[in-house]
Design a binder for this molecule. Structure first.
Ligand SMILES: Cc1cc2nc3c(=O)[nH]c(=O)nc-3n(C[C@H](O)[C@H](O)[C@H](O)COP(=O)(O)OP(=O)(O)OC[C@H]3O[C@@H](n4cnc5c(N)ncnc54)[C@H](O)[C@@H]3O)c2cc1C
Length: 393
């Protein structure tokens, strides 16, 4: 049984018995450290998701009817905090918690029955097929075409940067059903079986050496009409469904995790004998401020959802801060390692198993995925600060 770092709770109200009960569950069932090999790790995470679901400790923000816990936002925050402090494995399919809220809001009873419980138990994994070679930031320009044919759609086109497509069973995707140039008004939201004839996944290798995303080619793929979510040409509203309180409150887990990583970076600086260098001390102090700000910006989003509000464009502030923080953290770690920081992360003598160099390479993408830093800055400027609108390109 792993050790969990538990601190005495200072909360009042229902959080105290809830925290106690969750800690007792984790003390009894925590599966320990995950295996290193990717395939074994995925199996381990799926098994844990099923254990949580079967015991009623999964999807804290979802209705009980669909395998969730129906917790108020305040207890969702406690849940994610405790899970992170105990280093409990994460759900293996983050995309499932993007499609899930869309199904909860727009799905037919049959779709909810068919998909929601397998999402919670990780019996089925999902990928998100939105971006295309000519449509990323400007998503309404997407061109993958779906033509109605009897009781289904015939889909032809290409998606790109589709994370975890190689392991996914299903893809939620946006396709054009309106005429070319119909923008956001001609888009439909479909659920595509990744085993469909005509669908090909081609993994893309990134600079870490891993293949975490892929190109997905659709060549006359047949999708039954009952796999459409929402109305034909009404997919944009479905895609913009609030990401759900669960995703906002789960951010608190990241703040706990990064607090730990910053402490580990301090330890690295001391181990390498560099913690007394004035410039290093200055950078470490800045990171310390950054990690505290990270917790505060997530807490601000968490407080909004606890009050029953949508986090709105302010979540762009936490998202942008997170992206730059992750990059600065790893830039400092690699520079502390000196020439050894340049070693391939898989090299036998890469410092600390290559984790910092791997993180440095991986976080280059933080300011691109899920909305680029430039797009986040425009949202903050226009919708948070009320500055004049960006002129159209
Ligand atoms: C690690 C990672 C995982 C991803 N996973 C997925 C996934 O699972 N599913 C999926 O669908 N997509 C995924 N993506 C794709 C991601 O959503 C897009 O990369 C992102 O939306 C940017 O689109 P793009 O790459 O086409 O760049 P573009 O939109 O072509 O942008 C190119 C550059 O121009 C800038 N730019 C564009 N428009 C403006 C503007 N209006 N104002 C100012 N600057 C602008 C951008 O900031 C960027 O610097 C992933 C990307 C990454 C990096």
């Amino acid at each position: 049984m792993p050790t969990t770092r538990l601190r005495p709770s200072r909360d009042g109200g229902p959080a105290v018995p809830f925290r106690r009960e969750l800690r007792a569950f984790l003390a009894a069932h925590h599966p320990g450290r995950p295996p290193k090999a990717a395939g074994d790790r995925l199996r381990f995470e799926r098994d844990w998701a099923a254990v949580l679901a079967d015991a009623g400790w999964a999807a804290p923000g979802w209705p009980k009817e669909w395998g969730g816990m129906d917790l108020p936002a305040g207890l969702q925050l406690v849940y994610h905090q405790e899970m992170a402090q105990a280093r409990a494995p994460a759900h293996p399919s983050p995309n499932s918690f993007i499609v899930g809220p869309a199904l909860l809001r727009y799905g037919t009873p049959e779709q909810k029955e068919r998909f929601l419980r397998p999402i919670v138990r990780a019996d089925e994994l999902w990928c998100q097929g939105f971006s295309e070679p000519e449509a990323g930031s400007d998503l309404p320009a997407l061109r993958t075409r779906a033509v109605r044919d009897g009781d289904g759609y015939v889909v032809t086109g290409q998606k790109v940067w589709t994370s975890r497509a190689t392991e996914a069973d299903w893809m939620f995707t946006l396709v054009r059903t309106g005429p070319p140039g119909s923008g956001a008004d001609g888009i439909t939201y479909l659920l595509v079986d990744m085993a469909s004839p005509g669908l090909t996944v081609r993994p893309l290798r990134d600079m870490t050496g891993g293949a975490f995303f892929a190109e997905v080619f659709l060549d006359a793929v047949r999708v039954p009409v009952e796999r459409r979510v929402g109305d034909e040409n009404g997919g944009w509203a479905v895609a913009r469904t609030s990401l759900g309180h669960e995703r906002s409150t789960s951010r608190v887990a990241l703040a706990v995790r990064y607090r730990r990583v910053v402490d580990e970076l301090f330890r690295l600086a001391r181990t390498l004998g560099r913690a007394d260098e004035p410039v290093v001390r200055q950078e470490l102090a800045r990171l310390e401020a950054d990690v505290r700000l990270l917790a505060l910006t997530f807490a601000r989003v968490g407080a909004a959802v606890t009050r029953g509000e949508e986090p709105g464009p302010a979540s762009s502030v936490s998202r942008l801060h997170l992206a730059r923080f992750e990059q600065r953290l790893h830039e400092l770690a690699v520079s502390l390692c000196g020439p050894a920081g340049m070693l391939d992360p898989t090299a036998a003598d890469a410092p600390e198993g290559g984790r910092w160099t791997w993180g440095f390479l991986k976080t280059r993408a933080s300011t691109i995925g899920a909305g680029t830093a430039e797009i986040q800055r425009t949202t903050i400027a226009e919708q948070v600060l009320g500055l004049p609108r960006e002129p159209p390109a």
